[in-house]
Design a protein. Structure first.
Length: 454
């Protein structure tokens, strides 16, 4: 990295950032009280609020959002007539899955092979530290040149929409000239990237009932309708022979025209086992960014250990559908629901409950903010130009902000590059990436303020 005062300051602050990230990772802030107590999220929210107050933020508030979770807001005033930039991150995290599969405890930040491991280290507690580092570097080198609003969400991973509904009810709160979402990531470690599009999502719980109670498979098997078998047939109907998503009436032939994701690289990133084929058709970019994708997230059924010779009377599954830009998530939900109902066999009783939804997002990469970010990335990553990529995941708040503030420019950056393994066991963050992106964000704020003065 080319030496400059901003970069030198960020480098000097990195040990402090590691200590703070360890404190924040220690909160088991899964926004689902069935997994961890609500108090874990509440404590994390207090920690974030205290951190903002320590940086001189005003109007710091822990907001009670309609989904029963909390988001944290703060305002750092800048020079008179300066533009306003909203910085976003979230402190809630995915469940750790099976903690025994982690090489080190998931809620204890641990350094190994040059990376910092812990749930939320990259997604997205590290994103909040990225914002703090950028602001601290600016304060140490002449001051922050813009008005800064920070919003740190408490339920992004659950997709329950609390912050979206709060923002819609209080539209003045998050109003800004540009918005930096710190919840994406570089296409490759060390390759500066902005995310130009996000797939939306819908999340459904499907239940099938066929009998008043379980039956002995020897006495009734062959004629009694098996709810688990019916559910398996329904789920199988959602994929073609090659694994492509097939939802009746939902288009699945769009093409991605951005950065090329080589299949060999994807296999390595996804850790696909030798000899196992990829699913779907078209390019990798088509499949993971431009087209819908269904995933069965879980099935309620008897475990293998302890299973009895019984025909199942009821079965449930949670089904996720990723919705690409150009498609409406509400319409996709209707189509998926209709498909499930149509393909349920044997006139079995089926019920579908929606438990989450978010719209897809596409950014305007020709805007002045993107020019300012491209220049900042060249400083933080010498000799490399900023790339534009898609992301298959969802950040539901993006579309809410785009609708509330149609003139605002929205950029997505972050620490979730492939090696971070977000949502999986052994999630980690690269401290070098945290350093570079903090430098980039600081220079972006300088560049953006200058562009508004021209």
């Amino acid at each position: 990295m080319t030496a400059n005062p901003i970069a030198e300051t960020v480098a000097s602050l990195l040990p402090r950032a590691r200590t703070e990230l360890a404190e924040l990772v220690a909160f088991r802030s899964v926004a689902d009280p069935a997994v961890f107590p609500r108090s874990e999220c509440e404590a994390a929210a207090v920690w974030v609020a205290d951190a903002l107050r320590a940086e001189g933020f005003q109007d710091v508030s822990v907001l009670d959002t309609p989904d029963g979770t909390q988001s944290v807001y703060g305002l750092l005033p800048g020079p008179e007539n300066a533009p306003t930039v909203l910085l976003y991150a979230h402190y809630d995290v995915q469940p750790p899955l099976d903690e025994s599969d982690w090489l080190t405890p998931p809620f204890e930040l641990t350094e190994r092979n040059g990376r910092w491991f812990g749930r939320g280290a990259a997604d997205c507690k590290g994103g909040f530290l990225m914002h703090l580092l950028a602001l601290r570097a600016l304060k140490a080198n002449g001051g922050v040149p813009v008005n800064v609003k920070v919003i740190v969400e408490g339920s992004e991973e659950q997709g329950t929409g609390g912050l979206e509904r709060y923002a819609e009810a209080h539209p003045e709160l998050l109003a800004a000239d540009t918005i930096v979402i710190g919840d994406a990531g570089n296409f490759r470690l060390g390759l500066p990237t902005v995310t130009a599009m996000l797939r939306g999502m819908t999340l459904l719980r499907v239940r099938i009932d066929t009998l008043e109670g379980n039956l002995h498979s020897g006495m009734f098997g062959g004629a009694a309708p098996d709810a688990l078998a019916a559910l398996i047939k329904v789920l199988d109907s959602l994929r073609a022979e090659d694994g492509s998503t097939t939802v009746d009436g939902l288009a699945a032939d769009a093409e991605w025209d951005g950065i090329v994701y080589d299949e060999a690289d994807f296999r390595k990133d996804a850790k696909v086992l030798d000899g196992v084929g990829l699913i779907g058709d078209g390019s990798v970019g088509d499949r993971i960014w431009a087209r819908p994708a269904v995933t069965v997230l879980g099935i309620d059924c008897p475990p293998v250990v302890g299973a009895t010779p019984s025909i199942q009377a009821s079965a449930r599954a949670t089904v996720s559908l990723r919705v690409p830009p150009g498609q409406d998530a509400t319409e996709a939900t209707k189509l998926l629901t209709a498909h499930i109902e149509k393909h349920t066999p044997w006139r079995a009783r089926v019920s579908v409950e929606q438990v989450g939804q978010g719209e897809p997002f596409r950014a305007d990469t020709s805007s002045p903010a993107y020019t300012a970010m491209a220049d900042a990335m060249r400083v933080a990553y010498p000799g490399q130009d900023m790339q534009t990529a898609g992301q298959g995941g969802s950040i539901p708040l993006c579309n809410t902000l785009a609708a509330l503030y149609p003139k605002a420019e929205i950029l997505l950056i972050g620490l979730s590059e492939p090696e971070a393994q977000i949502h999986a066991v052994n999630e980690s963050v690269s401290p070098e990436e945290l350093e570079r992106l903090s430098v980039a964000e600081a220079h972006f704020l300088l560049n953006y303020a200058e562009s508004k003065r021209d």
